[in-house]
Design a binder for this molecule. Structure first.
Ligand code: ATP
Ligand code: MG
Length: 216
């Protein structure tokens, strides 16, 4: 039987108001899961909790069989296991494209130039290698952020609207990169408003009223 990669039980999270009220979710290693929901429904908040970036208020979260203690820092676990494609990119503006993509390798003492070059090639950003982030278009930033998230071959890819700023050609590029990562055994959890991506997923859930429901 597949081991569970993610197990959330009765997760709650409030800011000024309750956002997540009762999240239950089990994700296996080979999953390709899409989450949809209205703006402000808490999708990014949920992804941040799953990605060990944000704390939950109550409930329990197991990642790879380890119970996540909401008071601990999990930077190393995150770096080794999770590739996070942020909705707002979170690239480092002072660095070039290639430096941004290589950064996780530097933190992890890895030197795999081949992986950096092949991702830049796949995402059609090789020509931008030496360009600073501040000079890029939104869609270019998005593709650099995707390359950076994948550079350490994470077992889990969390993607927060990864095609939000892309034209159809680049949407297709991103689809096929995510599909091939999934075919190589990675779990993909994607937030999207794009029906084509939601259809590509093995399973689609809707976040509404603080809980997840099977999308009908
Ligand atoms: N750090 C924060 N402090 C206060 N409120 C927050 C914080 N982060 C999120 N919220 C609020 O929580 C709610 C859910 O936000 P979230 O970003 O998770 O929504 P979303 O579903 O990702 O929306 P979108 O589709 O627009 O990206 C929103 O009402 C937002 O204002
Ligand atoms: Mg969001």
């Amino acid at each position: 039987m597949d081991k569970l990669l993610i197990e959330l039980e009765n997760i709650k999270k409030s800011f000024n108001r309750p956002v997540l009220t009762n999240i239950n979710l089990s994700v296996k290693n080979e999953t390709f899961l899409a989450i949809v929901g209205k703006s402000g429904s808490g999708k990014s908040t949920l992804l941040n909790i799953i990605g060990l970036i944000e704390c939950y208020d109550s409930g329990s979260y197991h990642f790879n069989g380890i119970r996540i203690n909401k008071y601990r820092d999990y930077a190393a676990t995150r770096r080794k296991n999770i590739g996070f494609i942020f909705q707002s990119y979170n690239l480092i503006p002072q660095l070039t494209c290639e430096e941004n993509i290589r950064l996780p390798q530097i933190f992890d003492n890895v030197n795999d130039n081949g992986r950096v070059k092949s991702l830049m090639n796949l995402l059609d950003i090789s020509a931008l290698a030496n360009q600073r982030i501040t000079t890029l278009s939104g869609g270019e930033k998005q593709r650099v952020a995707i390359a950076r998230a994948l550079v350490l071959n994470p077992s889990l890819i969390l993607a927060d609207e990864p095609t939000g700023n892309l034209d159809p050609i680049n949407q297709d590029i991103v689809f096929s990169v995510l599909r091939s990562e999934h075919q190589n055994g990675r779990a993909v959890l994607i937030i999207t408003h794009d029906d084509d991506i939601a259809k590509m997923a093995k399973c689609c859930l809707t976040l509404e009223g603080g809980s997840l429901f099977e999308t009908t």
